[in-house]
Design a protein around this ligand. Sequence first.
Ligand SMILES: [Zn+2]
Length: 207
Amino acid sequence: MNPRTTIGPLPAPVFDQYLRLDVPAGTFLDACPCCGSAPELWQYQKGEDASASKAVMCSLGEPIGPQGFLSNEGCPLYLPCDDFYHSTIREAAKYWNEYACALTTVRDLNTRKGGQEQAVLQEQPWVRKEERTLVLLMLVGGHDVTPEAIAGWTDTECQQAEEWAMREHLHASDNDEVERVPMPACVKAHPQQAKPLAAGVDHLWER
Ligand SMILES: [Zn+2]
């Protein structure tokens, strides 16, 4: 049985309820990064006394291609993993949008790896999206750029940072034909801080 079609509480002791919620005005949700379907907002309650959590999930519950005989058909994000469940709508929406941005960014990157770099670059005009800038920078490291720092960057600086991070990432993953470019000044302004050494692990070396 598809748990999201459950109507009302199941007989005790089983209580596993999904309730569709309206998306509050002003809340933007990205399309499903897996299949492009519209997202939906749901409330989930595991036990009668349990607190309700919220999750944004894909709306595509119909079988895809050869799928069949499964209890959970549809898009992989139709019933996503526990990470998507949060105590507030705001947190659930934030997680969904960040995940969608990260997944599409990684997919675009991998599309470019197949020698299609130019095609992808030319097809899509650059639009500022600070989440994507951050995701790309997180793929390469070597800096401590924060979302707040990116918010203060110009469009040109965001583009330079993305270009640098993409090239670093592609080069590091065996795409030798991708030329590296110098770290742009806006990234360089946030050098990676050395992490403090963990306390109380001296015994590791006392053998
Ligand atoms: Zn989907």
